[in-house]
Design a protein around this ligand. Structure first.
Ligand code: MRU
Length: 368
């Protein structure tokens, strides 16, 4: 996607041909800065501190992290240690584990001398495939958006509600939930996006707004708690969110607060879609109960960071001294509340049979 007239993806190889560059998402929306990753630890830190975040991007960053690790030591022992270290950085997005399994398959049986080249080739293909999958999600989602738009009076915009950032910043390009939105907007369809702020890290207010704004998509930030009210008033035509892990029955883990929006959507009859690429499906889990939920630092709940009127970036405390806090970072939306899953292969019911209809090759291995 474009920022200030320049084409960007969220991760790319540096000019030196081996180190990796990312956009530091912890500094957005106020500062656009890139960071160079040149070691396993750089990549692990970028994932852990959320310089990169969003399930697909976490996976691709881990893949390049493994390349960097192998560059300094391509032994079996170093490979295993690097995989364990990267896997432990964040628990919920299954793309992290998936990416490392794919990398392991690509290099495990090779001689030490050929592992580095094979690893970089696999990571680059993973990044390309992610772009293509997300582009395809946009095509399938566009069909849904067109159908919904056709039901509205001519000239009225389609109001899409989203949560967190499942945009191009969360992937390599296009995004998952935002891909249909960009596609529709680029075709001149009238689209307006309600962007839930997404406390405590504010991925909606800070990141989704940043990218929609840079692309010229009309949008409005709302407090997370406003979603249900807008749905009741008929001001939301469809909700589309991303996912960090989808179980084989279609239950979806996504940023905390997604479940509440799905409940409100069900009560008000608003269609609620989850957009995801194949790398986000965890075929080993029968349902969402088994998805690990990341517990993050209470500081994220007790403080907020933003830009002061003087232009400085500052962090302030928002609760009394000593107030305890809890910070579960994801929740599970049961498949019964999901109208459909938008994937790179098409739109399916959020159910085991719906997913298997899109991925029939999983019939042999996936839970029945
Ligand atoms: O904690 P984050 O920022 O890594 O959260 C993940 C997300 O960005 C969202 O849950 C998103 O909607 C799914 S990733 C496309």
């Amino acid at each position: 996607m474009r920022i200030n007239g320049r084409q960007y993806q969220t991760i790319w190889l540096s000019e030196d041909g081996w180190s990796v560059e990312i956009i530091d998402q912890t500094r957005l929306p106020h500062i656009f800065a890139t960071v160079r990753l040149s070691s396993l630890e750089d990549a692990a830190r970028a994932i852990r501190t959320m310089q990169v975040r969003g399930a697909p991007l976490i996976g691709v960053t881990a893949a390049y992290g493994l390349c960097l690790a192998l560059r300094s030591d391509a032994s079996d022992e170093a490979l295993n240690q690097a995989i364990d270290h990267l896997t432990s950085q964040r628990p919920t997005a299954v793309n992290l584990r998936w990416a490392l399994e794919e990398m392991q398959l690509a290099v495990r049986n090779l001689s030490r001398g050929s592992r580095v080249e094979a690893a970089y080739a696999r990571a680059a293909r993973m990044a390309r495939d992610d772009v293509e999958a997300n582009r395809a999600i946009g095509e399938h989602g566009l069909v849904l958006l067109r159908t919904l738009l056709a039901r509205k009076p001519a000239g009225t915009p389609l109001n899409v509600l989203t949560h967190c950032n499942a945009g191009w910043l969360a992937a390599v390009d296009w995004g998952t939930a935002t891909s249909p939105i960009y596609r529709a907007h680029d075709l001149g369809l009238p689209i307006h996006v309600w962007v839930g702020e997404t406390r405590p890290r504010n991925q909606g207010a800070a990141l989704t707004t940043f990218e929609l704004g840079a692309h010229g998509v009309p949008h409005t930030v709302i407090a997370d708690n406003a979603g249900g009210h807008l749905m009741q008033r008929g001001e939301v035509d469809v909700a589309i969110v991303g996912a960090d892990r989808v179980a084989a029955n279609g239950d979806a883990a996504n940023k905390i607060g997604t479940y509440l929006k799905a409940l409100a959507a069900r009560d008000t009859g608003v269609p609620f879609y989850v957009a995801l690429p194949y790398s986000t499906i965890d075929w080993s889990l029968e349902n969402g109960d088994q998805i690990p939920i990341e517990e993050r630092s209470c500081d994220e709940v007790l403080h907020m960071t933003g830009r002061t009127a003087a232009g400085d970036i500052a962090t302030v405390q928002i609760a009394p001294d000593g107030s305890p806090a809890a910070n579960p970072a994801f929740d599970i939306t049961p498949s019964r509340l999901i109208t459909g899953l938008i994937t790179e292969r098409g739109v399916a019911a959020a159910s085991a049979s719906g997913l298997l209809s899109l991925y029939p090759e999983r019939r042999a291995t996936g839970p029945a």
